[in-house]
Design a protein around this ligand. Structure first.
Ligand code: KIV
Ligand code: ZN
Length: 511
């Protein structure tokens, strides 16, 4: 009998702390449903005390997700724990994850608290969290730079107070595998009643070792790994879920545990998270990168054709890589469209949303002969984006691009229902369109990133554009998809502007 490795996904919390990765409630629900399909054990759905909107999103996820535990993060304060407890209220299985920093540098410079006070606060937080749920997790933030004797003291105290999961984070991505493994071994050996709790690891990737460190912890007794899809997360990101899951599955000879993840859902989940957050996946990323299973060199190809295992340790289809699946065509009707949405796990909010998505599908089918699953995902994302455009909407646009001439754009927008229009010139049609929009809106924002990815192959493929804007320290990502990349760019720019104008103030849990 192998132990179960609990997969705790924090894409919606730590992942969302990446610059511009803030998601709307609907986007979070879509990702949470997909994480449930993937078979994630615990979904950290957010940090409820960040804002009323964050609390509402966690609550909505707790209402719809039935197959995974839904968790909210909370600092070790009464206000945070109450917000988390209320947000996870509707969950079939709900967890509160409370934390406080335990390293000398964090206690002195950030918390300005004495170690005794930190222990007291940790115990009080766990006791209070237990009033809302039996499933309470405690984290010692910056455990990597904490003194082991102090960690033993804190963990002993919180276990007595009722914590069921003890999470040991490498908050700053400082450890290396051999040391991280030793740390788990020592803690599990020294903390009283360590066999009564689940030991968890949470690693950041600042030195590129988040997955390796997490796996070293697993080899030394950790039975929960906190990770994110595509390794999304603060700074260099978190340990990536797909790497952890496939490492324990592929190297069963080494790991005494396995997860209950449906690995065929890994690539669809990766694509969904990438398209919603606007964080592209690097082509050579393990498991989910476009080249992860591509054999370029002649020698490799020959080897793979003769006998797959000469160069492949995993099968592409086992992690959900399929050749672009032809989904629907121009003649497909509404009920075929509805069925395909269900098969893809996409739930639309009522008949009106279905009708709007179907109309967009028909429009797309007129421009593009073959519609793939990826097109449908993008179309639904785009529909959700368009819904969220509560202030600026694209009414129409015209661009002119000719060799030897200065590109020009004429854009008509709806600003809260009122039509506004402007024309501008620029270095190219996208630049001219953005300038025309800025002329009308006057946002004063700066463009940090502009990227285009094709959703499927072929010149008639939809382009998916990400625009990252910054203003007064706030960073947002916008997305847009269209077969015309200038239109996709404008949609993406407007989506970013709407986020910039619409988003509420949110607190960061670790600052
Ligand atoms: O990195 C970290 O320490 C965290 C904690 C809040 C668990 O994300
Ligand atoms: Zn973290």
């Amino acid at each position: 009998m192998q132990d179960q490795l609990i997969i705790f996904d924090t894409t919606l919390r730590d992942g969302e702390q990446s610059p511009g990765a803030a998601m709307t409630k609907d986007e979070k629900i879509r990702i949470a449903r997909q994480l449930e399909r993937l078979g994630v054990d615990v979904i950290e759905a957010g940090f409820a005390a960040a804002s009323p909107g964050d609390a509402e999103a966690i609550k909505a996820i707790a209402q719809v997700v039935r197959g995974s535990t839904v968790c909210s993060l909370a600092r070790a304060t009464e206000k945070d724990i109450r917000a988390a407890g209320e947000a996870i209220g509707p969950a079939k299985s709900g967890r509160i994850h409370t934390f406080i920093a335990t390293s000398p540098i964090h206690m002195e410079k950030k918390l300005r608290m004495a170690p005794d006070e930190v222990v007291e606060r940790a115990v009080a937080a766990v006791r209070m969290a237990r009033e809302f749920t039996d499933d309470v997790e405690f984290s010692a933030e910056d455990a990597v730079r904490s003194e082991v004797d102090f960690l033993v003291r804190v963990f002993d105290a919180v276990i007595q107070a009722g914590a069921r999961t003890i999470n040991v984070p490498d908050t700053v991505g400082y450890s290396i595998p051999v040391l991280w493994g030793e740390r788990f071994k020592e803690l599990i050996a020294r903390v009283p009643n360590s066999d009564k709790v689940v030991w968890s690891t949470h690693c950041h990737n600042d030195l590129g070792m988040a997955s390796a460190n997490s796996l070293a912890a697993v080899m030394n007794g950790a039975r929960q790994v906190e990770c994110t899809i595509n390794g999304l997360g603060e700074r260099a990101g978190n340990a990536s879920l797909e790497e952890i899951v496939m490492a324990v599955k592929t190297r069963r000879d080494v790991f005494a545990c396995d997860s209950r993840i449906d690995t065929t859902q890994i690539v669809p989940t990766s694509k969904l998270v990438s398209s919603i957050t606007g964080y592209p996946v690097q082509p050579n990323k393990a498991i989910v990168g476009a080249n992860a299973f591509a054999h370029e060199s002649g020698i490799h190809q020959d080897g793979v054709l003769k006998h797959r295992e000469t160069y492949e340790i995993m099968r592409a289809e086992d992690v959900g890589w399929t050749t672009n699946k032809l989904s629907l065509g121009k003649l497909s009707g509404r009920s075929a469209f509805r069925t395909r949405l269900t098969e893809l796990g996409i739930v639309l909010d009522g008949e009106e949303a279905l009708n709007a998505a179907f109309a967009r599908f028909k429009e797309l089918a007129d421009k593009k002969r073959e519609i793939f699953d990826e097109d449908i995902q993008a179309l639904v994302s785009d529909e959700a984006v368009a819904d969220a455009c509560d202030r600026f909407k694209l009414v129409s646009m015209k661009v002119c691009s000719e060799t030897g001439e200065t590109p020009q754009a004429y854009v008509v927008l709806s600003d809260g229902g009122q039509e506004i229009r402007a024309d501008e010139v620029g270095g190219g049609p996208v630049d001219a369109s953005f300038r025309a929009i800025e002329k009308m809106v006057g946002s004063g924002s700066s463009l940090l990133l502009y990227s285009v990815n094709n959703i499927t192959t072929g010149t008639d493929a939809q382009g998916e554009v990400t625009v990252r804007l910054a203003r007064n320290g706030r960073v947002v990502n916008g997305q847009g998809a269209d077969t015309d990349i200038v239109v996709a760019s404008v949609k993406s720019y407007l989506n970013a502007l709407n986020k910039l104008y619409g988003a509420e103030e949110r607190a960061h849990p670790q600052v």
